[in-house]
Write a protein that binds this ligand. Sequence first.
Ligand code: PMP
Length: 433
Amino acid sequence: FTNLGDLPVLPQPESFALTAAYNEDSFPNKVNLGQGVYRDNNCQPWVLLSIREVKSNPIPLTTPSNSPISFLTPSQAEQTLHNQQVNHEYLPIPGHAKFLAKARELLFSPQIGSQDNITSIQAVAGTGANHLAAIFCARNLRPKNVFISDPTWDNHHLIWEIAAPNVTRKLYPYYDPSTRGLNFDGMLSELENSAEENDVVILHACAHNPTGIDLMQDQWKKIADVVARKKLFVVFDCAYQGFASGDADADAWAIRYFYTTLFAKSSSPTGPAGMFVCQSLSKNFGLYGERIGALHLVTPPSLPTQGAKAHLVQLVRAEISCPSLFGARLVHTVLDSAELFSKWQDDVKTMAHRIKGVRALLKSELEKLGAQGDWSHIEQQIGMFSFTGLSSAQVRQLRERHHIYMLSNGRMSLSGLNEGNVAYVAQAIKDVL
Ligand code: PMP
């Protein structure tokens, strides 16, 4: 038995620690480029217009079993989903069925989303989906290794360490510091040479965190080919659909390609045992604190899926009994209405285009100031982050001298930049180079 007093104090996750330090800082021009959360051009959290509309317009109120019970009037604006008329019953263990069907279509397309070899279950955001996937794999697939990109979202390591302690975590090369680009040959040969049948490989579907570097379509095809030949089990982590390019279909290309080549009716029956897709709706719906997501299990065509689903349901039962309602109601309402869906498509364009805009601004400010080096990678990378190439010492100086907060590996969350502070940040970077 461990004496609880002897337990060592663990470091806080860096992005949360940075936000806490930033909040404490009283310097007027401080800049938070740490946590991956979207901010508008005034550095403020942004509630998507489509979500605002759901919260302020009459929508059908539904019970968890989805039978409409009443409609609100416009005068009850803003209270809609919090209104007492909305009941707060338990959802079924797998989650809000209509939300799941719509979320699946968003990810896979309506045509693939209706196929019966995809089983979906609601999760506590993307993190919860990753966690369920790890436990499920460790218990049922029993892989020897899980291959994780180097670098990656740091929580991949923690999740697999805690949820799947018997699975060895291995890194596959991803980032090449000498080119500030993708080390595709390293990635491919590591999977080719070191992975064994049923090993898990975690792939970032789009807007790779932290590098902002994605595979091109012909590179995805080569990875799918290794996965098929070696019968690897892919866990796609999809946390930024729509956020990367501004187009949700384009950002889901890799997932749909893997489905079509490995799991469609026409695919080889001797392929991989299955594939998970962890879907976060935190960033692309701006619902960070609502913790809404889904986990989709794709199985080879014509295999029964009831057993796998029952095991997922059991894991949810043990962890949270059943998932929460609010986020599922919001997302379902948007995805179920042609008008709101079109507004949401504009919302993701707004976010993606603002981020692309500040990429160009930062690069041009750095060039204008004559900051030493080539800054083209800032504009070439995609998604919420830039892997700047700044060293941890330079990052520390940015914080100590200029009150600019970013991860020590040089990852900058671009959403903290705007027209008002980009010149200040560029000048500070020049100063620490
Ligand atoms: N995966 C990746 C790659 C991420 O960047 C994030 C968010 N930082 C997540 C999963 C999880 O997001 P959430 O749990 O907030 O939905």
